[in-house]
Design a protein around this ligand. Sequence first.
Ligand code: ADP
Ligand code: MG
Ligand code: MG
Length: 869
Amino acid sequence: AKYVYDFTEGNRNLKDLLGGKGANLAEMTNLGLPVPPGFTITTEACRHYLAEGSVPDGLDQEVAEHLAALEAQMGRKLGQADDPLLVSVRSGAKFSMPGMMETVLNIGLNDESVHGLAKQAGGNERFAWDSYRRLIQMFGRTVLDIDGDLFERALDTLKGKRQDTDLDAGELQQLVKTYKGIVREQTGQDFPTDPREQMRLAVMAVFDSWNAPRAILYRRQERIPTDLGTAVNIMAMVFGNYGDDSGTGVAFTRDPGSGRQGIYGDYLQNAQGEDVVAGIRNTIPLEELERIDKHSYDELLGIMETLENHYRDLCDIEFTIERGKLWMLQTRVGKRTAAAAFCIATQLVDQGLITMDEAVTRVTGDQLAQLMFPRFDGGADKKKIAKGMNASPGAAVGKAVFSSERAIELAEQGEHVILVRRETNPDDLSGMIAARGILTSRGGKTSHAAVVARGMGKTCVCGAEELEVHTAEKRFVAPGDVVVSEGDVISIDGTTGEVFLGEVPVVDSAVVEYFEGSEPADDLVQAVDRIMRHADAARRLGVRANADTPEDAARARRFGAQGIGLCRTEHMFLGERRQLVEDLVLASTDEERQTALDALEPLQKSDFIGIFQAMEGAPVTIRLIDPPLHEFLPDIVDLSVKIATSQDVTEKDHRLLAAVKRLHEQNPMLGLRGVRLGLMIPGLFAMQVRAIAQAAAEVPGARPEIMIPLVASVQELEAVREEAVKILAEAGVEALIGTMIEVPRAALTAGQIAEAAEFFSFGTNDLTQMAWGFSRDDVEASFFSRYLDLGIFGVSPFETLDREGVGRLVEIAVEEGRAARPDLHLGICGEHGGDPDSVHFCHEVGLDYVSCSPFRIPVARLEAGRAAL
Ligand code: ADP
Ligand code: MG
Ligand code: MG
């Protein structure tokens, strides 16, 4: 294998092998941009080293050859005493992991070559000693694992109130001595002076940094695979720390916040790489470079334009100016906010750089979802008191509370509360449900609070470590001794991770207003509009809504739903109608039962009329009643208490209690529900089908589809179907009859089931629950965060469809169902219908539509378009 690539040999498509940094350095080199020469050791070499504990055979040889070529090109040798070549050894994985891994600059300096460097720099002693002390500091910290604070403190002591640039050559030489002392003290050995040894150790340290705890944690949070390894870039040094004619900077080719074109960057004179981001001195805005060094500035702007045109996207860059000469040290397609992503994509179309097809693939459903959350009013006065991790987006305002009990109490009184905890645990679930938002001082994006909040779509800021949360005293303390006690109002922004004191006004998102029908007002909404239109034209998947009420149906329609994929009928049995359900359950004769059903029928019918009208002729898939009947009866404890303590206990109460006891099940989700109810309670499904048929007969153009839940065998379906067909025929109404596929056995016998079903709708909530044996109502809050930590799955299978297991069941059912009935209509109605990755899966397996909650419809439309492109 070839383990080392010169910058001239690579290109940007080789990120797997060369890492992002290496691939893009090669790309820039081949574009003819001023990149210091160098070479890249592949990720494959790193993987070998991490697996075997030693570098692969031949690597040392290849590195030596490339180093020799670099030395020849530069006309000086690594660390050569009178005229040294210095190099940087830089990490660079496939996915950028900012600040997570190691880089060492100025490799090749020692007590001799430091003088050679000074000579090379025309006698600039100060510069040479500054470079040397930087080497020992970085090498000590990253290669020798010495606490970096030791070096920082020594530097601070020397500086006093001065800047680092105020230190003269003598002082820096003194600092080098101190640093070498620290190395000896901490490691028991002298700082390694052999340049090649320095380089070799640095390369291995970069390899090892792949498995540093913070890198592991970062990958887990960002869902980056654990086995990629990092490449290592070895590159000739260029120096921004010569003096004021030199410097270093970072820049974006346009504003990553809004997408607007313009100059966005920071520059620092007389400094080396790290200094800009480390904040050791105040940087200046990049515009000011024009005044300092117009020639370099103009060249830089030209290069940024070249890069944008070449990458056809926003890029971020690192650069250094060495005595008036500009050098490019890094570029990559830059991260951006959701709003900027939409604006940039359409701007690039207008500039003729990309097509509309590409523009659609440049944005994501998650970004669109972010733009749809309510947000804090940008113009409002805010007092920011802390910043944590943006765990679950949205803007929440409420009174701080420190226990779940208090959260529930206040919420019941109609108050808005924010639950503040050090960290949450499964006992906090009810408090989290009651709260408007959740704030924790500990834990990352896979902590319990974060996972559960995202699952509930609740705003959450986690790991705000600056906050000291004192649960028992019911208060927290923010930096600057800001004390927030129970009842004080705070505002949290789950999109940015910011925490504010007091109430910050919340405004509706302009993007939601647009989906609701208002004209695209600003640039952002216009960009969204263009991209949505193009995605709609491109997609093959239909998008339907899960909606049970005329209001939801109407909103879904406005948001672009092409039908209802899941209309649940159970809520139609709640409220005042419970009475009738109780009568139904208590009926002891056929007559009593029929009387109860007859009373329910007109109510159901009017519900359906409302929905058919709202859907204006689009199909409506109605699921017959699904939950266990005891859900409609009073709670067993409440009822027992009433019977034991109340004066006016009726005879019905006693019968109800008996019924509740009789209907009690250990595992209701696996009990008497769905099609089983239809078969056990004569007339129940018939009543629902009749209500549907009569409603459809009254609304011109209505297109009902009748869906039978929880079917596991074709015999169940046939029994129900036969009766339904008869009722429809009597009413002279046409409707498809189909089933949910949500029991694994149904998926595995889909060929048989398709004989009796005109459509399947994958109920992936139950299907996931039953395929994994996870009770959705219990396990997410109890052990999913642990499972995520252990990497058993990267994301909850209730959030993103598990392709390997549940997805396989879907694939089997699609294939065998279509084989039995070629025109079988296929959709999905679980929560997954609005999840981006799951939408792509549905496209790939050939479903006809996805169905999701009304608010997720735009996301599903966009992702369906992206999947097709
Ligand atoms: P990170 O991935 O953390 O940004 P880098 O490998 O990019 O780390 O290096 C850290 C800093 O050192 C950057 O500012 C980079 O521009 C600078 N740097 C890296 N190599 C060189 C070099 N050969 N000459 C001058 N500066 C360099
Ligand atoms: Mg960098
Ligand atoms: Mg179900």
